[in-house]
Design a protein. Structure first.
Length: 347
């Protein structure tokens, strides 16, 4: 048995999926991540997403799927009043979890704290907002959430908002669907640069992506996306987008979302580890070892049986070594690339 390697995860929805904070701290069998399992699995830190769903819930994928694929519709825009109530509940849960964990779980606000989590035994949470619906177009709420600990923002989830248009789940499809950033979206990018909030472009459509590439002075990041060449779903990243990530010294966190991994785009969890490592290796071959990391989407998607939950990631890292990657290379994928990007992004 190899020594446990510490790792950073680019995206999970866990705090919105547990029944309550105690369930997360004590452990449960309903979510992909909980505190005891995460620590046993070597997870040093993760981006914990605060996502506000629409009232009507999510339409069922199966209602839109046919032989050719699917065109999953964009949910309606979510009003700020509704979004903020939910964001505040998720944020409060993260704060409560820190208080109730006896020091085992901590919110991360700078890279010193992140490095402590990678050497010690605590699990760190980087607070991420998935979709900027809780931010007003004057951007006042951004100051408030930043002071509370927000360090990462997805401008959109896969629906439109005041700042940009999200990419819907279409298969097969390019990500070039819909218009680019709004004027408020451009101001949002600049203010995130000023404050040192990382921008996550995983759910952004292609025009919006290129707008951010032009405007932002920080590394370009997609926290939970995969390779469009290997799985042509609209949510995945094209070769040209990969090149832009590398040119900015950014990173892509490869996700374990089965319909973003499989070349047939199907929601089927029979996905061997080699399919996941194919995506990782494609990124390495195209743009180099410094620009690929992990971005599970645990508790936000159907995960391969070969990974199953947070406990399966050591197996993935060992599989990469078995395929010939050096220890140093695997460390870059596991945590060093995330650390570098955050050092260049946070103030
Ligand atoms: Zn997501």
């Amino acid at each position: 048995m190899n020594v446990l390697m510490k790792w950073i995860d680019g995206h999970n929805d866990t705090i919105t999926r547990v029944e309550n904070v105690e369930e997360f701290i004590k452990g449960n069998h309903n979510t992909h991540i909980d505190l005891p399992r995460a620590r046993r699995a070597g997870l040093g830190a993760g981006f914990f997403a605060m996502f506000s769903p629409n009232d009507e819930g999510m339409p069922k994928f199966s209602d839109f799927q046919n032989e050719e694929g699917y065109q999953f519709p964009l949910p309606d825009a979510l009003p700020i009043e509704k979004s903020q109530l939910m964001t505040n509940e998720w944020f409060s849960r993260l704060i409560q979890a820190e208080k109730q964990s006896g020091g085992a779980f901590t919110l991360i606000r700078n890279t010193d704290e992140l490095e402590e989590c990678l050497t010690g035994d605590r699990l760190g949470a980087i607070v991420h907002m998935e979709g900027a619906e809780s931010i007003d177009t004057d951007l006042n709420a951004l100051d408030v959430y930043y002071e509370a600990g927000l360090r990462s923002l997805g401008i959109v989830w896969s629906r439109p908002n005041a700042f940009a248009t999200g990419v819907p789940y279409h298969f097969p499809s390019t990500p070039d669907l819909g218009e680019g950033l709004t004027e408020a979206g451009r101001r949002l990018v600049k203010k995130c640069n000023e404050l040192g909030i990382m921008l996550d472009l995983s759910h952004l459509n292609e025009k919006g992506f290129w707008d951010v590439v032009k405007l932002s002075d920080a590394p370009i990041v997609a926290t939970h996306s995969n390779v469009h060449k290997l799985c042509p779903i609209s949510r995945n990243i094209t070769d040209e987008q990969l090149d832009a990530i590398a040119a900015s010294n950014g990173v892509i966190g490869v996700s374990y979302v089965v319909n973003m991994l499989r070349e047939d785009g199907k929601i089927d969890s029979d996905v061997p580890l080699t399919v996941v490592t194919d995506h990782i290796r494609y990124v390495i071959d195209r743009i180099g070892i410094d620009h690929v990391a992990l971005g599970s989407d645990f508790d936000g998607a159907t995960i391969p049986d070969s990974i199953k939950d947070v406990g399966g990631v050591q197996g993935l890292l060992q599989h990469l070594q078995a395929e010939g990657l050096s220890d140093d290379d695997v460390k870059k994928i596991a945590y060093q690339n995330w650390l570098r990007v955050l050092e260049h992004t946070w103030k």
